[in-house]
Design a protein around this ligand. Structure first.
Ligand code: NOJ
Ligand code: CA
Length: 657
């Protein structure tokens, strides 16, 4: 459906709001009663007038016939401290405009469009307040469109309703077939834009499809219920998630932005002392490469004995936790309804003993609830399952939804599941449990409100290298500017035996070892895995970097980047800085100014870089480790091998006066 918005009719009304720095402007235009919005940056159009509104199953659509009924303006300026993340302090500074639209005529239904305009982008959403003419309804389509000002270059992941585990494609906007968000683009002038949503709470996930008949435009397409028609079961008062447009002059601006988090409610957990970022190892990669099995048998991974071995390894290297998959019965009944009860351990696994053994060594256990997609059954068992973890002393759980969803026909990204994921998160918060969700709904900043929502998958992660053609070297140079804009990702880096020929001669990881180390700085995850087998780490001096690197940060700066080619990120923790630089399949030499270091200070830089013969295919393990003395005035040369990377830790040198 195409709606003509600027066909010569005189606008009946406009309301505009600018960012605090005045560079971004959002405008609501009412043309012959039809609402549209547009966005500009430095006076140049970013989003041309684009439609807003809803179609319902039974009620008449809310699309036109409006007059402006009321206008409210406000300014938000606050600074808040996240429990973990890419920065220790976040400023939430924006100008808000709320335009209340009222239908003329008998029904007089009301819809308010709210804009929040920040220096780094715009969020807008529709509010359907409680009113006589609108009670409960089925939304069959949200008529939001994004009419871009040109045929930009786009990085997009296809609009699968059940999975974000695809590779990104880079195409002109005109070739986008349908995408999950974040969708990131760069204009011919180099302006960087990313479309996503924030505060997805009781609504279905938004995908983007080409708008019929309008070039360079994407239209919202909501993930449907099983009937394929209804997208949102709603009732007034209803607020949609924020539709977000991040705007930056460099790709790094998108990464440094906190717009998505700022469009969420403040933390509702009073005492957050139990929420802590952790580095973890685990009985996991062994399962994916086929060394061990999830289910009981001769190669069962989750035995008491093996768990003790992982705990000893973690304790010996300062890791905080270990994850144990395959500890509970049900893996042999994969796919059956109610296959898992989440409380019965396999005979060769003593849950309490493992937790006790870990506690004595200061190593926490991360529990595991794989549902196989049976979310309905999980809802009936999760209280008991969390109670068990509470009783034995486990306060972090990885959940998983690998498989089609029960109830059948529901999608991972539809409203029913959005509500399910939130229900589990709220239950976890009440029971002081941190979550790492696999096959999740995409992050939309909800960790601000529930910081026990630590990390999640929703990405084509390391596991694909174990059993598929794998992830090409460029994959991780795209992720920071797409999926990671939404929130942390449990990519599970840190594979040292990159070819694992003993187990899977035909599979391999398509990076060098130094690039694996760099991923700890590039990819944000407050639960960050050291994914390889302990025996592949023991005795390898490069593990020192994983021991050193934190997984929560005081400050983040993207030093250099070209989306899909390379990225260099520096992150600060206390007085120390960490740097991660990665490249795609091209080897390249990058000059990086160290001017992020404190002026006048000396630092020991411990550097882990590709060896001279390093190459993801022919020499992945070749790594060089050195220490040099540097300062803010210096430049560092990063020689990155094909599929390579570099990682560094800068420690201030305290000189005795
Ligand atoms: C898929 C997840 O991504 C992976 O991490 C997990 O090991 C398996 N499901 C089994 O739960
Ligand atoms: Ca997965």
């Amino acid at each position: 459906m195409t709606t003509a918005l600027n066909s010569g009719a005189t606008p009946t009304a406009t309301e505009a709001v600018s960012s605090p720095d005045g560079r971004i402007e959002a405008v609501l235009v009412l043309t012959a009663g039809r609402p549209a919005y547009s966005i500009s940056y430095d006076g140049r159009p970013v989003i041309e007038p684009s439609t807003l509104g809803f179609r319902f199953k039974d009620d008449p659509p809310l699309l036109g016939g409006f007059v402006i009924d009321a206008v409210e303006r406000a300014t938000v300026d606050e600074t808040w401290k996240p429990v973990w993340g890419s920065a220790s302090e976040i400023r939430n500074h924006c100008n808000e405009l709320a335009v209340r639209l009222k239908e003329e005529g008998a029904a007089e239904r009301v819809m308010t469009v709210v804009f929040r305009v920040f220096d780094d982008g715009v969020g807008f959403r529709c509010v359907l307040p409680e009113q006589p003419g609108l009670g409960t309804f089925d939304i069959v389509s949200e008529e939001t469109t994004f009419r871009f000002a040109g045929d930009h270059t786009v990085w997009w992941n296809r609009n699968d309703y059940d999975s974000y585990e695809h590779l990104f494609r880079e195409t002109p906007l005109s070739a986008v077939e349908g995408a999950n968000t974040p969708v990131t683009m760069v204009t011919a002038e180099g302006l960087c834009l990313s479309i996503h949503e924030a505060n997805l709470t009781d609504y279905s996930g938004m995908t983007l499809v080409p708008e019929e008949g309008v070039p360079n435009s994407l239209a919202a397409e909501l993930v449907p219920w099983p009937d394929g028609v209804t997208c949102v079961l709603g009732s007034t008062p209803l607020v949609t998630p924020w539709r977000t447009i991040q705007i930056g002059e460099r790709p790094g601006d998108l990464v440094e932005s906190h717009l998505i988090q700022n469009l969420n409610e403040p933390c509702v957990i009073e005492d957050t002392s139990w929420i802590r970022p952790m580095k973890y190892a685990g009985i996991w990669w062994s399962l994916h490469i086929g060394k061990e099995s999830w289910h009981e048998g001769p190669t069962h991974g989750a035995t008491t004995e093996n768990a003790r071995r992982y705990i000893d390894f973690a304790a010996g290297h300062g890791l905080d936790a270990i994850l144990i998959e395959g500890w509970n019965t049900g893996w042999d009944r994969w796919g059956a309804r109610g296959a898992f009860d989440y409380i019965t351990p396999y005979d060769d696994f003593d849950l309490e003993e493992v937790v006790r053994y870990g506690r004595e060594r200061n190593v926490a256990i991360i529990g595991h609830h794989e549902t196989g997609g049976d979310a309905a059954d999980y809802e009936t068992r999760v209280d008991t399952a969390f109670d068990l973890y509470n009783r034995v002393g486990i306060n972090a759980v990885k959940t998983g939804y690998a498989g089609s969803i029960y109830p059948r026909g529901q999608h991972h990204h539809g409203q029913w599941m959005v509500f399910h994921y939130r229900t589990i998160l709220e239950k976890a918060a009440a029971k002081r449990i941190m979550l790492d969700v696999h096959e999740p709904i995409k992050p939309t900043g909800i960790s601000r409100t529930y910081p026990n929502m630590m990390t999640r998958e929703g990405v084509r992660g390391m596991e694909y290298n174990a059993w598929s053609e794998g992830n090409p070297p460029e994959h991780t140079t795209i992720l920071p500017f797409t999926r990671m804009l939404a929130g942390p990702l449990d990519y599970t880096p840190g594979i040292f035996d990159l070819t694992f020929d003993e187990y899977k001669p035909d599979n391999q990881v398509h990076t060098t070892l130094a690039k694996q180390l760099a991923l700890y700085v590039v990819l944000l995850s407050p639960l960050q895995m050291a994914a390889d087998l302990p025996e592949n780490y023991e005795g390898n001096p490069a593990f020192e970097f994983i021991e050193r690197v934190p997984c929560t940060w005081d400050e983040t700066r993207v030093l250099d980047a070209a989306i899909g080619d390379y990225v260099v990120i520096a992150r600060r923790s206390g007085a120390g800085w960490y740097l991660g630089g990665i490249t795609d399949e091209e080897g390249r030499t990058l000059q990086v100014s160290l001017d992020f270091l404190a002026a006048g200070m000396h630092y020991d830089a411990r550097i882990f870089r590709d060896g001279t013969d390093a190459h993801w295919e022919t020499g992945p393990a070749s790594v060089d480790i050195s220490t040099v003395n540097v300062g803010a005035q210096d430049t560092m040369t990063l020689e990155l091998a094909p599929g390579g990377g570099a990682a560094a830790h800068f420690t201030p040198v305290i000189t005795e006066e």
